[in-house]
Design a protein around this ligand. Structure first.
Ligand code: ADE
Length: 352
């Protein structure tokens, strides 16, 4: 494995392996934006992986259809890029209703959430992404809406202010969050179904890549799909993004069929290595090894050395390294593990 010098601090750049959606990918905000759309499974039967989640939701959908009611409110939580928005759209398809998509930061003023609620048709889905970021006023509008299909509006001001109630059609709120713990308990308690999405296993990821390759009409060998699966950090959104970059290289080079060697070449062009680490991950580990003997070293010290802010380092760079077991958080600071050293081609030292 090539060692990349940490060098001087550089500002953070968009990352090919960032699991959060970029503008143009659904989930990046409200509105009909759709780069991922062609690859999204439309029905539960096409949705690969997350078997427990699918089982629970299939039963809920069937029971709901039989009763001709609205589906219970659903909270989906887990890391970004695992298919929360996709699952909301699948649920709507299975129920034969529309799904309105928005995200909490777009619901800044009371009238934003009120406008969405009053325009819902019976049994429709309202998907709110990043629901942990709802402000208190929006949350309080949602409570009676979720519980009793009721919208309580305050009209007038000061001493003349009065509350008027409006009946809403039965609807389903699908909330999505990467931070279930940040949700207030009154809001969390109003969801009938609370489900976690897990990182995908390698077999499911390979199947997802093969399915996407079929839809994009790319002749991708099974071994090549596996190579993409290994590099996508357990995340379908990243897998699909990597696959498009591989397709670019294949079409420029005039390759008809794509084998594993071409995947490796295409992704090393983007500095994504065979375990899905990119330049930012390697800069962090290399800085720790070169300057701090592998740690322990404090997060703020590392952030200063890399020219990143600590929060970005903690939320964006560290989680996958922790998940791979390349990095450890200890009370005395961060530590590169033996596996992390070995991945970067460093001899075993005093690391964990
Ligand atoms: N594309 C992205 N996520 C998927 C999934 N879970 N199943 C099938 N295709 C997908």
């Amino acid at each position: 494995m090539a060692i990349v010098s940490s060098g001087s601090p550089q500002p953070s750049q968009p990352r090919l392996v960032d699991p959060t959606p970029v503008v143009g990918e659904v989930g990046a905000g409200p509105g009909p934006i759709a780069r991922e759309d062609g690859l999204r499974p439309k029905r539960l039967a096409d949705y690969i992986g997350q078997s427990e989640l699918k089982q629970v939701l299939a039963i809920a959908v069937e029971a709901t259809r039989a009763r001709q009611e609205a589906l219970d409110h659903v909270l989906l939580y887990g890391p970004p890029g695992l298919g929360k928005t996709t699952m909301a759209l699948v649920l709507a398809e299975e129920l034969g209703v529309r799904c309105r998509i928005t995200s909490a930061p777009a619901l800044e003023r009371p009238r934003d959430i009120v406008g969405l609620l009053v325009n819902l048709q019976p049994h429709e889905l309202l998907f709110i992404d990043e629901i942990h970021r709802l402000n208190r006023v929006a949350e309080e509008i949602l409570y009676p809406a979720m519980e009793d299909c009721r919208l309580d509006l305050t009209v007038g001001k000061g001493t003349t202010a009065r509350t008027r109630s409006l009946e809403l059609p039965p609807f389903t709120l699908v909330g999505a969050t990467t931070k279930a713990g940040a949700l207030s308990s009154p809001l969390r308690d109003r969801f009938g179904l609370i489900q976690r999405l897990e990182f995908y296993g390698i077999d499911d990821l390979q199947a997802i890549v093969e399915r996407a390759a079929g839809l994009l009409q790319i002749a991708l060998e099974a071994d090549a799909a596996l190579e993409v699966a290994r590099r996508c950090r357990g995340t379908p959104r990243i897998a699909n993004r990597l696959l498009r970059r591989v397709r670019d290289v294949a079409s420029v080079r005039g390759h008809g069929r794509i084998g594993p060697a071409l995947v490796a070449e295409a992704l090393s062009l983007h500095r994504v290595d065979d375990r899905g680490l990119d330049a930012s991950d390697r800069r962090l580990l290399t800085l720790m090894l070169e300057a701090y003997g592998g740690g322990p070293v404090g997060l703020d010290t590392l952030a200063a050395g890399l020219g990143e802010d600590s929060a970005t380092l903690e939320a964006v760079v560290e989680p996958y390294l922790l998940q791979l077991g390349f990095l450890q958080r200890t009370p005395r600071g961060r530590l590169v593990t033996l596996a992390g050293r070995s991945h970067l081609g460093w001899p075993a030292g005093a690391a964990a």
